[in-house]
Design a protein around this ligand. Structure first.
Ligand code: MG
Length: 248
């Protein structure tokens, strides 16, 4: 089921989304060689509580942290730890809050120091594919046009789309319908309507799209050890086009 949000609800989701954007911007400032992942998690949690919001992921299905930190071949749902970021790493930070009864959810992949040329291309293609997908969030499109926008963009550049994890509707629940795969042929699924709010999140691999989950029960990694990148925004479909809620 897809729950449509009223303008008043979208206004509340703007507040949650703005917080997510502010906190991710803060994390971007502090993520650097020598910083431990657990310090990033502590920052995210502290800044969330300061704003009288709650971290969305902490306690979600038992996830013990506020922030997901996925380094290099880790795809999503990496656990913050004492691991220290090194020059050449790429780190995906996925973060959400609940505020005023509504969720916001977004992710970025950041380069740590100087990173390889392929890492730069992967991050750029993943981020750009997200914006192509957002451009498809208009009332003249169907849901799979969003999926296809990601897939066609990244595959043309030689990268692959993770199949095992997908984007989602978002609102009073962190994960609502519809599921939003990052692959598929265009022109299928429900027509997009004003009031739909979608968390669109391409997860793109350098090599094959196959992933597995480690023994911690959370961390997804590429099977072939290739790099992976992840970008996400929470986006409202409106009469006048897409509105990114998790952007400053
Ligand atoms: Mg999400």
């Amino acid at each position: 089921m897809i729950v449509l949000k009223s303008p008043a609800e979208i206004e509340k989701m703007r507040s949650a989304g703005r917080m997510v954007a502010e906190i991710l911007a803060g994390l971007k400032e502090i993520a650097a060689p020598g910083v431990a992942l657990i310090e990033l998690d502590a920052y995210a949690e502290r800044e969330t509580l300061k704003r009288k919001a709650k971290p969305a992921f902490k306690g979600y299905s038992g996830f013990p942290f506020s922030l997901c930190c996925s380094v290099n071949e880790q795809v999503v749902h990496g656990m913050p730890s004492a691991r220290v970021l090194k020059p050449g790493d790429i780190v995906s930070l996925d973060f959400g809050v609940i505020y005023g009864g509504y969720y916001g959810d977004a992710a970025v992949t950041l380069p740590i120091g100087q990173v390889s040329e392929v890492a730069q291309r992967l991050m750029k293609a993943t981020e750009e594919s997200l914006y192509r997908a957002i451009d498809a969030c208009t009332t003249s499109h169907r849901l799979s046009d969003v999926s296809n926008a990601v897939q066609s963009y990244v595959e043309e550049r030689g990268f692959s789309v993770v199949r095992d994890f997908v984007g989602h509707g978002i609102g009073k629940e962190l994960h609502e319908g519809p599921q939003i795969p990052n692959f598929g042929s265009p022109g299928k699924g429900p027509k997009l309507k004003p009031g739909m709010v979608l968390a669109i999140e391409p997860m793109i691999n350098e090599k094959s799209f196959d992933v597995k989950v480690l023994e911690d029960g959370w961390t997804a990694v590429t099977i072939d050890g290739g790099l992976s990148a992840h970008f996400e925004h929470t986006v409202a479909v409106t009469d006048h086009g897409p509105e990114i809620l998790t952007q400053l």
